[in-house]
Design a protein. Structure first.
Length: 215
């Protein structure tokens, strides 16, 4: 990815996971994504980004592993059945030409190169072990990320005044009388898609209303 082989490539309806230090998924989102000049972006990435920061802080490390399943709607059994149909229906056809019916050609070429299988290899020349390698790349391609873009380019910010320090009915500070908080001053943030602007409006109304009642 660092060499830019996938730059500007979009993938539809993938399952993107943030993994912890034990290799277990912390969160998985099934949406679209895109490879960019700086790394990865798109809806699935935006929803995973805050969890990357959480794992970084919890485990005290910068590099976080992510897993990409490009065919999340196909089970392991269905993928094996798909390979058998490739061999039965067009045994001399290359694995790349078979797979590009499922995924973008450039992504197929990239994955095949990663597992060391020539993209022009006829499917009837692939062993079960070869297919297992390809299947793993299709469903569990792992890459490392080390953070997100600067706050100036962010869609949402995390952090803020701890909710335990705020009266949930009035949004007044429990520590300082007459001080109210709303929006991103509070330690709340949701996924992109209108949730944060709604929270800003609602908390702004509640905080403003109760602040006005105090004078």
């Amino acid at each position: 990815i660092k060499k830019g082989e996938l730059r500007a490539l979009s993938l539809r309806n993938v399952a993107l996971s943030v993994l912890n230090g034990k290799g277990k998924p912390v969160v998985t989102h099934q949406m679209d994504m895109i490879f960019t000049h700086f790394g990865v972006s798109g809806p699935a990435v935006l929803r995973c980004s805050s969890f990357v920061h959480q794992v970084q802080e919890k485990e005290g490390k910068k590099d976080i592993v992510m897993s990409l399943n490009a065919l999340p709607d196909m089970s392991d059994v269905e993928l094996d059945a798909q390979f058998r149909s490739f061999v039965e229906d067009a045994p001399l056809k290359s694995i790349k030409n078979h797979l590009k019916g499922l995924l973008p050609e450039r992504y197929v070429e990239f994955l095949l190169a990663k597992v060391g299988i020539g993209d022009q290899t006829a499917v009837n020349r692939l062993s079960e072990a070869n297919w297992a390698q390809i299947k793993d790349a299709l469903t569990n391609f792992r890459f490392t990320v080390n953070g997100s873009l600067p706050i100036e380019k962010g869609f949402v910010t995390g952090g803020g005044v701890h909710l335990k320090e705020v009266n949930p009915k009035t949004l007044e500070s429990k520590l300082t009388q007459g001080l109210y908080f709303c929006g991103e001053l509070l330690d709340i943030h949701g996924y992109t898609g209108g949730y944060n602007i709604t929270a800003a409006f609602v908390t702004g109304y509640v905080a403003g209303m109760h602040a006005s009642l105090g004078y």
